[in-house]
Design a protein. Structure first.
Length: 216
């Protein structure tokens, strides 16, 4: 099979990632996207005119096939970290995609499988962990640490020296103030302003953000 990128998942975020891959391909920055990998039994057989493969078929896609994890929403993000192991894919099979309109400092570090969406900004000495998604117009300030499998949604802002632990979700247009931490698998609601540390597996929301519930 021709080498190319397979997007894991079939949701709306995956279509956005397809467009990022298309834009990069047209600009000569990487291979095309040539298919999707379903994570649900009820997924379609084709999507945007590309084939949708089942998990059981991943081994037949060839050693040159590259992958990116497009799964995750406010209701399913906590399972993002299970995908690479479930598909038995090594880290080197995941491609990092940065849209041409995004700004990523030369002093920032991006992990394997990271996707940086259009007009997102990643500033100096920020470190983005494997498989994290930085959505459109999100801003990652200097010296931030974003863990593996995190999602920083559209328009969210992490000001300087923020730490976001593994598989956390920062909602659209939320702001996390400097020097704070957001614990693993926690969720910051859309539009919130975080003014104190968020403990692991908590949902916080509001201005300022307050505890809403624990994730069990």
């Amino acid at each position: 099979m021709t080498a190319g990128i397979f997007i894991i998942g079939t949701g709306g975020t995956c279509i956005d990632i397809l467009e990022i891959a298309d834009d990069r391909y047209r600009a000569g920055l990487g291979p095309p996207c040539i298919g999707f990998v379903a994570v649900h039994d009820d997924a379609p057989k084709t999507l945007e005119s590309l084939p949708v493969w089942r998990e059981a078929d991943v081994g037949s896609l060839g050693a040159d096939a590259l992958f990116v994890n497009g799964t995750g929403s406010p209701s399913t993000y906590a399972q993002r970290g299970d995908i690479p192991a479930r598909l038995a894919l090594s880290a080197k099979r995941f491609v990092t995609l940065v849209h041409p309109s995004a700004y990523v400092s030369s002093r920032a570090v991006l992990g394997r499988g990271v996707v940086v969406f259009p007009q997102a900004v990643v500033h100096a000495r920020a470190v983005i962990g494997d498989h994290a998604l930085v959505l459109s117009r999100a801003l990652i300030g200097h010296d931030c640490r974003v863990g593996d499998h995190c999602i920083v949604a559209a328009g969210a802002q992490l000001t300087g020296r923020v730490t976001v632990e593994t598989t956390a979700y920062i909602g659209a247009n939320a702001t996390v103030l400097g020097d704070l931490s957001v614990g693993a698998q926690s969720l910051v609601g859309a539009g919130s302003v975080v003014t104190r540390d968020v403990m692991p597996r908590q949902v916080v929301a509001g201005v300022p953000a307050r505890w809403r519930r624990d994730i069990t």
